[in-house]
Design a protein around this ligand. Sequence first.
Ligand code: FAD
Ligand code: NA7
Length: 603
Amino acid sequence: MAPVDRSKARVVVERKVSAGGVVIFSKSFCPFCTQVKDLFKDLGVHYEVVELDKIENGSTLQEALLDVTGQKTVPNVFVNKTHVGGCDSTFQARANGRLARLLAEVPQLADQSTSYDYDLIVVGGGSGGLAASKEASTLGKKVLMLDFVVPTPLGATWGLGGTCVNVGCIPKKLMHQAALLAHGMDDARSFGWEFGDQAKHNWETMKNGIQDYIHSLNFGYRVALRTKTVTYDNALAKFIGPHTIKATNTQGVESTLTAETFVLAMGERPRYIGIPGDKEYCITSDDLFSLSYCPGETLVVGASYVALECAGFLARLGLSVTVMIRSILLRGFDQQLANLIGDYMVDHCGIKFIRQFVPTKVEQIEAGTPGRLRVFGKATEGEETYMGEFNTVLFAIGRDACTRNIGLDTVGIKVNAKTGKIPVDEYERTNVPHVYAIGDIQEGRLELTPVAIQAGVLLAQRLYGGSTVKCDYLTVPTTVFTPLEYGCCGLSEERAVTMYGEDNLEVYHSNFKPLEWVLPQREPTQCYAKIICHMQDDERVVGFHFLGPNAGEVTQGFAVAMKCGLTKTTLDSTIGIHPTCAEIFTTLSVTKRSGHTTEVTGC
Ligand code: FAD
Ligand code: NA7
C-alpha cells in the first residue's frame, strides 16, 4: 500500500468496512487481537484481518480508525459494516447475542452453504427430531442428527427415540394396559370366568417385556435413519458458533460440525423439587419404567397428568399409593372432569390424596430394592410435619426444557428465562434466522408427541420441499390415561367461558354406562360426556370431553369432526353405533343450564 495521509487512510478504512463481512484491524503480536481472531475461528466464521504492524501505512490507518470509531487501540472489529469494538466489546457482544445477530446478517456467510458439513443439523432424536431429520433427508438434504441422554441422578439412561418411546407415552400406556387387565380380571368372574382367588402381578416380567419392546423400537429408529441416509451420532450438542456445534460422544470424544440450518428438538426432563433427599432417594418418570424392582408403597408428588397416570397404574397393580397435591388436579384441563377423575381414583382405586401439601424433606430409613423412606411435608400454609414412610417417592412436578448450558447464548437464541422455553413464531422460527425449534422446547405449545412429529415433518417440507403448510396447533386432541380415561379436544369449560362468555355457550352433558360394566355392576354415575357449543356460531362444538373406557379411541374421530367445524346439529343428525360409549354424543339432550338430571336411563 502506498503512503497515504490521514483523510485518505480514512477512505481506505471505510472501503474495507463497507465491503461487509468480518474485518479485524489487528497487530500481529497483540494477545488481545489473537483472542478475537481465535473467537471467530471457533465460531467457524471467515474474517479479513489487517495487521497494522505489517503494513506500510499501519500507523496512519490506526489514526483514521480513531476518526471513524473513536477507538485507537487494537483489535478493532467490524461485523457486517457495524463497529463492534475491541476485545472486551467483542466478547461481550458474543455473550449478549449481539454478535450472533450481526453475523446472521452477513450475506457472505449465508453464501458459504456449500462449505458447511451439513445442510441441516437436528439436535435431539425424539419425536420431533426424528421426524424432521427423516423428512429433510427424503427431500435430498445432507442431514446430521445428534441425540444424547444425560443419565438420571440414579443412573437410568436409554436409547434413541426420545421421551415418548423410552420414558413417556409407550411404557406409560403399556403399564396402564397392565392395570386395565387387573380391572378386567375383576370383571371376568361376572362373565363366568373361574380362576383362583389370588392373581399376582410380577413387576419384573412386565418391566422386562416393556423394555424389550422399547429396545426393538430403539433399533428400529437407528435402521430407519440409516435407510433414510440421515447421519446419526450419539453425542451431546453444544453451539460454539452461529453455524458450528461441538458434539461430545459417550466416550468424551469431541468433534466440530457445521450446518447451514439447525432444528432444535431437545425436549424436556423431569424437574426436581430441590429439597433434601430428592435427587439421592427419589425417582421420576425417567426412572420408573425401567425400575428393576417393584416400587412398593409409593408417594407420588404432583397432580398433573404424568402424576395421576403413574399413580393410577401403580394402584391398579396392587400397590398402596398416595398422591400429594399442591393445589388443583390437572391444571389447564377442564376442572369438572379433573375432579371426576380424582373422585374415581379415590373411590374406586384406593388411592389416598393429601391435598394442599408439599414435601419438604426425604430421609432414607433403609436402603434396598425398594428401600424405606421417611417423608416430611407441610401444608401450603403451614409448618413442617411428618408425612409417613414409603418405599418409593416419585416426583412428577413438571419438566424443564433442555435449553440450558448448550450454548444457545453463543448464537443469540432467545430463551424465556423463567420457563427455559424457546419462543417461536408460526413457522417454528426462533429469533435467529437459520435456527428453528420444535416439540416440547417451544414456548406456549402443547407438549405431545404427535404435535412434535407434525411440526417436524411440516417444517422440513417448508424448508426443503417448497411447501407453505404450517402446523396447526389448535384443536389438538389428547387423552389422560388414568384408570378411568379422559379424552378431550378444544376448550375446557373454564376457558370457553373466558373466551366467549357463559351466556353465549350451551353445554350439553350426560352420564353414561358402558354395556361392559353392567354385569360386574360397576356404578353408572362415573362415565361422563360433555360438549361445549358456541351458540352464535351455529352451536359449533368448541370443547369435547369424554370420561370413560377407550377415551383416546373415542376422542380421535371427534377431533377430526371438530377440525371440519362440527356442530350440535351435525351430532344430532349422526346415527350412533350401538352399543358403544361414543354413541352418547349423538343423543346429548340435557343442557347444564336446564339443571336436569344427567343420570343414565335405559340401554
Ligand atoms: P423428546 O422426545 O424429549 O426428545 C428430545 C431428545 O433430545 C432426547 O433424546 C434428549 O435426550 C435429546 N437431547 C436433549 N438435549 C440434547 C443435546 N444437547 N444434544 C443431543 N441430544 C439432546 N405425549 C403424548 O402425545 N401422549 C402421551 O401419552 C404422552 N405420555 C407421556 C408420558 C410421560 C411420562 C411423559 C414424560 C411424556 C409423555 N408425553 C406424551 C409427552 C411426549 O413424550 C413429548 O411431548 C414428546 O416426546 C416430545 O418430543 P420432542 O421431540 O420435543 O422431545
Ligand atoms: P405439569 O403439567 O407441569 O404439572 C406439574 C404438577 O406438579 C402440577 O400439578 C403442579 O401443581 C405440581 N407441582 C409443581 N411444582 C411443585 C412443587 N414445587 N411442589 C409440589 N407440586 C408441584 O407437569 P407434568 O410432569 O405432569 O407434565 C409435564 C409434561 O410432561 C406434560 O405436558 C407432558 O408433555 C409430559 P400446581 O398445579 O402448579 O399447583
